[in-house]
Design a protein around this ligand. Structure first.
Ligand code: GLA
Length: 379
């Protein structure tokens, strides 16, 4: 058992005075490339990170259904609409209960190590761990794709952000040492090798700690989504996944400028994801990295979701010889990633700390991640 899973088990026992029936855990994720493509039915290429949320569950049929967080030392009733962290597992339990046609009564204790509010999908990790645990505890027999869709619904309903399937799918279905090429329309996926160690590379993530204030990020996110829908309508396709560069002439008037930029990002990004997966399969990491830089430029100029902090980190990464770098996640703040030669990591971090201080930006936080296993049951 991983340390985080043991912590959840101990918390369960301490809180509820008995052993849990089982423990599940699920990771956060970074997206290597393919941003905002998911809700356009396109492609994305995330990998799971080696930071997880674990949940210990038991007492099936309990009449005192309860959710306990070891991190916040906070216990909430299973069914009260109380807001905060417990909204995510409660939402998942409600949706899986609809599926099972009866309320799922249980007790659960959570322990987490995924950085929160950074864009590393700590909420997808708690949802996915809960979904997998309940699927097993109540023998629901739902496949992982089904669980991912239930978690996405829980996320949409708790936050009012119309986010796509990327985060929950990645948390439930990624595999160790690989990235996952996801077709977000068919919901089929295929692992792509990502042996960073063999290539002497580190996956460095810079959390710019620019508040992705829920409301503003949510509004920006929903706005982008709405612009994509308008673009698709003007072009005459159901989803921008089906648009191509030739279709851009239908968005040529001044009144369609916003739609044109958003559509251009999505159409070119889908092509970059497929090319990046191909390059990784061929072991051409240099090519994969170039595509990441191109993806960043497209998010900065066409999708307009970057910030000065994110751009600064990406520029510095390039100066330090990173083979690729880009903002990752929803944007409007949050994190950027870089694939850096392992010997260069320290230099890049120090340079970024200096440059951020000179620019009067908030001090960033750095992580080094390895492509880790998706959600798992243990114990
Ligand atoms: C957030 C959403 C995802 C996806 C990304 C952008 O992480 O939750 O569904 O849209 O932003 O790629």
């Amino acid at each position: 058992m991983r340390e985080i899973e043991e912590r959840a088990a101990r918390a369960y026992q301490r809180r509820f005075g008995e052993q849990p029936e089982l423990i599940a855990s699920a990771p956060g994720r970074v997206n290597l490339i393919g941003e905002h493509t998911d809700y356009n039915g396109g492609f994305a290429l995330p990998c799971a990170v080696d930071r997880r949320v674990a949940v210990a569950v038991g007492d099936k049929g309990s009449d005192e259904g309860s959710l306990y967080s070891d991190d916040f030392d906070d216990e909430r009733s299973l069914w009260d609409e109380e807001g905060g962290w417990s909204e995510y597992p409660r939402g998942v339990a409600r949706i899986l209960g609809e599926n099972a046609e009866h309320n799922l009564e249980f007790r659960a204790a959570f322990a987490g190590e995924v950085p929160r509010a950074s864009g590393l999908s700590s909420s997808a990790a708690i949802e996915s761990a809960t979904a997998l645990a309940l699927d097993s505890l109540f023998e629901l027999g739902l496949g992982r794709t089904h669980l991912a869709l239930a978690c996405q619904r829980a996320e949409n309903e708790s936050l009012g952000v119309q986010s796509g399937i990327l985060d929950q799918y990645a948390s439930l279905l990624c595999g160790e040492g690989t990235a996952l090429l996801i077709d977000c329309r068919s919901l089929e996926a295929e692992p792509v090798p990502l042996d960073l160690e063999a290539a002497g590379l580190s996956l460095v993530v810079c959390d710019t700690r620019v508040e992705r204030g829920l409301a503003s990020a949510g509004t920006g996110y929903n706005d982008r989504r709405a612009a994509c829908e308008r673009a698709a309508e003007k072009i005459g396709v159901e989803l921008l996944r089906d648009a191509s560069e030739e279709d851009f002439e239908r968005l040529s008037g001044e009144e369609s400028e916003e739609e044109l930029k958003r559509a251009r990002h999505i159409v070119t990004e889908n092509a970059r994801v497929l090319a990046c997966a191909e390059a990784l399969r061929a072991g051409d990491l240099g090519r994969a990295g170039e595509l990441m830089y191109a993806s960043h430029a497209s998010m900065r100029d066409d999708y307009e979701i970057s910030t000065r902090e994110l751009d600064t980190f990406v520029d510095l990464a390039r100066e330090h010889g990173a083979i690729g770098a880009r903002l990752t996640g929803a944007g409007f703040g949050g994190c950027a990633l870089a694939l850096v030669r392992s010997g260069e990591v320290r230099g890049l971090r120090e340079a970024a700390l200096r440059r951020f201080a000179q620019s009067c930006f908030v001090e960033p936080v750095f992580y080094e991640f390895w492509p880790a296993a998706g959600a798992e049951i243990s114990g």
